[in-house]
Design a protein. Sequence first.
Length: 507
Amino acid sequence: MPDRPDPTAPVGRTEDAVVPAPTVSPEALSPEAVAPAPGRLGAVDRYFSISARGSDFGREIRGGFATFFTMAYILVLNPIILGSAEDKFGNHLSGPQLVTATALVAAVMTIVMGLGGNLPLALAAGLGLNAVAAFQLAPLMSWPDAMGLIVIEGLLICVLVATGLREAIMHAIPASLKQAISVGIGLFIAFIGFVDAGFVSRIPGETGSVPVQLGATGHLSGWPVLVFCLGVLLTVALLARKAKGAILISIVVTTVVAVVINEIADIAPAAWGLTVPAVPDDLVAAPDFGLLGSFSLFGAFQQVGVVTIVLLVFTLLLSDFFDTMGTVVGVTHEAGLLDQDGKVPHLGRVLLIDGAAAVAGGAASASSATSYVESTAGVGEGARTGFASLVTGGLFAVALFLTPLATIVPAQAAAPALVAVGFLLMAQVRNIDWEKYEIAIPAFLTIAVMPFTYSITNGIGAGFVAYVVIRVVLGKAREIHWLLWGTAALFAVYFAIDPIEQLLGVK
């Protein structure tokens, strides 16, 4: 992300929003265009079409490293987001186990994408998707139940891809709402960062006043908050300079500062939150696979109503679809791999692998995994094939043994990255036509309701319902896709579930 001069969010970006780049000529793609290397390297070259796509092994390896280092922050952020939340029964997920699960899913699915999709595309737990798991699913059910819903969502994606319904769903959602969802999730993630770092806090025991305040007492105090502020300033400075790996660099430097401050200052461990920045006894450790397979496919149905489950799964589907489509098209566009019609090669296979990644993420309790727009960092280094993904996946496999390093990062060092990601997602707001109220009002409600209600689901629902109502009032009901009618109806039931249950006598 940080290396792109004009970053666009992974959520809400679709193929119709991307202008096709000059494609690689048929001559350049021809295996005869470049004489393949002899022996085993020649076989690898031919399998991945490395020379045919105008690349070489050096570029692919450098690209694989670049992609890894620009997205390795997920090894810290995913455990922070999932580990800081608790489920309905007050249970937390283990930090070390989350690091292992995150690294494992990223390693396996990125390698599978390299071998099966032959694109320089890496996958890992999706930001935004993990927020849904942590702050939407978990409070309503147990962690295994929540991860089971993610598995179901991934399976549905695979079914939709196989049946061709994916295109219908993608095209049914107006572009303005897709962009608004991106912006809303950006603000929501940034708000989470401010809260987790202690920069913003809820006023305890207060009624009739503002619900949140600056710091814990109305002003900033304490070394941990100072660490967060320094981290934010460093992150935005690196982003402004378009430094490659800005987010990861910020996390590493801010963590070092936190460790030093924790050593020399008298700070109560509780002030840091769940993670105290202390130097571990060992830098490497055996991975802890305790979370693998800890999911329940149908346990959620015993905790919440069917309508709520349908809407939660739909929210995951919506975010995952837009994340995947925007990223895949964006990365292949950047690499010049789109065909003459501006389409992604082997798109069905790529989407199927991405759906399988969602299943794998849920099954490993790492949240839904998806394609990463940071893969453009590797493309910028010359990567053009899936061989770069093998390199990136291999580096994630090495990270399995570096859990102690990842688990010393406090929320105050990781939260600036959430603020930065919020900024990057916010960039989509410029594409919304604010002059047309029929577009702008639903977009505004989508954006505003997410952070203000601490709910991605509520934001999407508000936008969909408002879009349908305004279109009907303007006499444009026939322009509304039937899938939008159905979705808006589900959200209307979702918002009115309490009076409906009272009328039906089921409460």
